[in-house]
Design a protein around this ligand. Structure first.
Ligand code: ZN
Length: 203
């Protein structure tokens, strides 16, 4: 129970992180936070009986840290909203990969640059389902008549928190999640690629 999750808002009610019930209770009892939403369950000790918080707001902290978006495979997938940039379908995380649009073996010939630069960067990586990734192989999309859903780009900002819709709904967090949170649907695994396999369209 003490490890279950609590949404932490800043003083302006913007979600900034998720913590444990244990830490949330420490913040509440030391008056560094106030309770915003509680569960129907209690934590009891000989000296304390407190309703389990689900959302708290830390007092005296009204900003939230803006930081450069870290480059990572996961963030490439989130940038692309878990949508394969080749076929345009959404997939579960387990079925998604990150693909180099211009493959390693072709990079120098196509771009005239060596691999040290922006080969593995926001601009050459896209979210791709494992089916498209494997079908594409070491080819260029122009060679197989595919197009990207949109040009890959470096995002200036991404929400700090990624929370599944199911969890946010179950815990009553949804009303607090309009800023700084990316709500994602958990998509079930599909045993085969959705059919028909539509060709990506250019936006
Ligand atoms: Zn695909």
């Amino acid at each position: 129970m003490l490890t279950s999750e609590v949404l932490v808002l800043n003083a302006g009610f913007i979600p900034i992180r998720i913590t444990s019930v244990k830490e949330a209770i420490c913040l509440l009892t030391s008056e560094k936070a106030v309770s915003v939403l509680e569960e129907d369950r209690y934590v009891r000790s000989p000296s304390l009986s407190i309703r389990i918080p689900s959302v708290i707001s830390v007092t005296g902290y009204s900003s939230f840290p803006r930081k450069k978006v870290a480059f990572s495979k996961l963030n490439v997938i989130y940038r692309d909203d878990m949508v394969c940039q080749y076929c345009g379908h959404r997939f579960s995380m387990r079925e998604l990969t990150v693909d180099h649009v211009i493959p390693r073996s072709r990079w120098e010939a196509v771009t005239g640059r060596d691999l040290a630069g922006d080969f593995s960067s926001w601009k050459n990586l896209v979210c791709a389902c494992r089916w498209c990734n494997s079908r594409k192989g070491n080819r260029l999309i122009s060679e197989i008549g595919w197009a990207l859903l949109r040009e890959p780009f470096e995002p200036e900002y991404m929400p700090h928190l990624v929370i599944s819709h199911d969890k946010a709904e179950k815990k009553g967090w949804l009303p607090f999640c309009s800023i700084n949170v990316k709500i994602i649907d958990v998509i079930p695994d599909s045993p085969i690629h959705p059919s028909p396999h539509t060709r990506a369209r250019v936006i």
